[in-house]
Design a protein. Structure first.
Length: 330
């Protein structure tokens, strides 16, 4: 339908601001009323030996699917279960050591009420997120998280908007507190997010570093001219050579930048001495198990293009060049 208002912009913006205001007010009120029930819900999740099975009907079910995904990606095994499918066989996904997280604004959703008796027979415990603490679902749950009765932002007062936002925010709060309680680290997060830009930033240095035939190792005392030849012949032509002592430990690094500076000051005569005379003696290093994201920050912090990768004994096992980060689109 074509709008009759020749300038509908202000009215549209006013309604949008009203929607956002109502939803933010509901979440703020939810934060103010958090208490013992939320703490018990966290305990229930942490004590669960099985999975957190999240279920809900309609829009609440879609919110539940997102909460389940957030739990799973932050260290809590979880799956999303459609309540209508559950009573037609998918109840077999639930075990006695699972925890069911059930979402329903009214707490009277027929499909969810039908699940309560079989869930109890299976032996799983139930945490409910509801808008009515006196509802059937709430009365038959072990822990009740009450979102209250915020007004829906829908102009008709019908479409789930404010209530689903409150459910989602409460589910996020639950997942984040549980994540912290588990001591879930950035390394753990990387394990579950191998794809996409986020996954690439959380890759291990060992996954992208140059190693083997691509690693330019040069023994201490090697004439600089010979070292330059070795660097040029190294696969991938790295912009640096790693200098090692008789025990194979890293003692220095010689970079393309060092070569330019040497030629500017000493000319070709500077190439006649050993590499030890021209190398940097305090190379920046990192371990192969560190995150690529941390390596990138270190390159930026010290304004350098290469990092030596060393093992626990200080022996070089790799070289990370800024070009390697560009190759994985970091």
């Amino acid at each position: 339908m074509v709008p009759t208002d020749p300038n509908p912009g202000p009215a549209r913006l006013a309604l949008a601001r009203e929607v956002l205001g109502l939803e933010s007010d509901a979440i703020r009120a939810l934060a103010d009323q958090l208490g013992g029930a939320f703490v018990r819900a966290v305990d229930e999740v942490l004590a669960t030996d099985g999975m957190v099975v999240v279920t809900g009907m309609g829009k609440a079910g879609l919110v539940g699917a997102k909460i389940s995904a957030t739990l799973a990606s932050t260290g809590t095994p979880s799956l999303s279960l459609h309540p209508a499918e559950a009573v037609h066989g998918d109840l077999g996904r639930i075990r006695g050591d699972d925890l069911v997280l059930a979402l329903s604004n009214s707490g009277e959703t027929g499909e969810l009420k039908a699940l309560i008796p079989p869930i109890r027979r299976i032996g799983a415990r139930v945490v409910a997120i509801v808008g009515d603490a006196g509802s059937t679902l709430a009365r038959h749950s072990d822990v009740v998280l009450d979102i209250g009765k915020p007004p829906e932002a829908c102009p008709l007062g019908l479409a789930p908007t404010t209530t689903t936002s409150a459910m989602l925010a409460l589910g996020d709060a639950l997942a984040m507190v549980v994540q912290q309680e588990r001591g879930f680290s950035r390394e753990d997060f990387a394990r579950y997010h191998p794809a996409g830009s986020l996954g690439r930033r959380l890759m291990r240095v060992a996954d992208v570093m140059r190693k083997g035939d691509e690693l330019p190792l040069i023994a201490s005392g090697t004439p600089l001219r010979q070292a330059l030849v070795a660097m040029s012949r190294t696969q991938g032509r790295p912009g640096a050579g790693l200098v090692t002592d008789a025990d194979g430990r890293l003692i220095g690094i010689f970079t393309d930048g060092d070569l330019r500076r040497l030629l500017e000051t000493d000319g070709l005569a500077g190439l006649d001495g050993p590499i030890d005379d021209s190398m940097g003696t305090s190379p920046k290093t990192l371990g192969p198990g560190e995150l690529v994201d941390d390596a990138m920050h270190k390159l930026h912090e010290f304004r350098i293009d290469q990092l030596a990768v060393v093992d626990g004994d200080g022996r070089p096992v790799g070289l990370l060049d800024i070009q390697d980060l560009l190759d994985v689109r970091l």
